[in-house]
Design a binder for this molecule. Structure first.
Ligand SMILES: NC(=O)c1ccc[n+]([C@@H]2O[C@H](COP(=O)([O-])OP(=O)(O)OC[C@H]3O[C@@H](n4cnc5c(N)ncnc54)[C@H](OP(=O)(O)O)[C@@H]3O)[C@@H](O)[C@H]2O)c1
Length: 277
């Protein structure tokens, strides 16, 4: 293990499961050789949490990469997600088993409904069953709006422990964050660096210069101080190490507000309009 290893702080979810507040995103990282290299760099930098999905078509590569790097299963917090085309009770159970098989694991640390498509409650009941059976340590959702969340939250079912949503400067989703917080649903930021757009922000640049940090560190620190879990993706060893190294400085109120006030756009499709595909 090299000397610059940083272990991120942990957040305790509503069911007492602990999750590292920074995980590494794996979307668009593919192929066993590349994944083996990236997983090695991430592990050496201190990442103990990775985010994937059946939709990313890289679960097999991740499974092989964990094995190739001799990483004990219990040392990596693994999140995966059921895709829209696999929603519904039976299909979800089947998709879960395939994800486990591909990842080379018998259980998932966190399993999410990827998008609020059709038969959300049937899908959720499959997650509840797997949770009750001990196959999933925490269950949640992704890209759910307040009205999507209400369907589960206002039912007699287990509440989601996490909502993984698009969240970055220019799209902080403050209202959705506050609804989640009120209902003890942790928020995780997908595309925390706005898919690279944050690097063009003058506000972030100025705050980074003042703090003597990189733009990515300032943005990820902002998310951390908001109480949000971040899932930055990088395939580069130095960037991976930089993105996790955010625990030795802090942003003041003015800097936090300045980043929260950046105006911008949603990058993914809007779940209010297009999620029923
Ligand atoms: N639930 C969902 O629907 C959903 C949707 C989107 C994403 N996600 C999850 O969130 C993860 C992250 O999202 P994302 O991959 O879309 O975007 P992102 O993490 O916001 O941005 C990734 C981009 O930033 C670059 N980058 C990363 N660190 C950098 C640094 N320190 N300096 C300069 N450039 C840097 C990366 O390039 P390099 O690789 O070249 O460094 C890449 O181009 C995904 O991988 C996935 O796990 C979930």
């Amino acid at each position: 293990m090299h000397s610059s290893v940083t272990f991120p702080e942990m957040m305790t979810l509503g069911n007492s499961i602990r999750i590292p507040v920074i995980g590494f995103g794996t979307y668009k990282i593919g192929g066993i050789a590349e994944m083996t290299r990236v997983v090695k760099s991430a592990y050496e930098a201190g990442y103990r949490h990775l985010d994937t999905a059946s939709f990313y078509k890289n679960e097999k590569a991740i499974g092989r990469a964990l094995k190739n790097n001799h990483i004990p299963r219990e040392q990596m917090f693994i999140t995966s997600k059921v895709w829209i085309s696999d929603m519904g009770y039976d299909k979800t159970l089947k998709s879960f088993e395939k994800s486990c098989r591909d990842l080379g694991t018998s259980y998932m640390d966190l399993y999410l409904i990827h998008w609020p498509g059709e038969d959300v409650m049937g899908t959720w009941m499959a997650l509840e069953r797997l949770y009750a059976e001990g196959r999933i340590r925490a269950i949640g959702v992704s890209n759910f709006t307040v009205s999507d969340l209400k369907v589960i939250v206002e039912s007699n079912h287990i509440k989601p422990l996490i909502n993984q949503i698009e969240l970055h400067p220019g799209y902080p989703q403050l209202e959705l964050q506050s609804y989640c917080r009120r209902h003890l649903i942790a928020v995780a930021a997908s595309a925390p660096l706005g898919r690279g757009e944050v690097f063009d922000s003058e506000v972030c640049r100025q705050i980074a210069d003042a703090a003597g940090k990189s733009i990515s560190q300032v943005v990820l620190r902002w998310q951390y101080q908001l109480g949000v879990i971040s899932l930055p993706k990088s395939a580069d060893p130095l960037r991976l190490a930089q993105n996790i190294d955010i625990f030795d400085f802090s942003l003041d109120r003015e800097q936090m507000d300045a980043i929260s006030s950046i105006t911008g756009n949603r990058l993914f499709k809007d779940p209010e309009i297009q999620n029923r595909i």
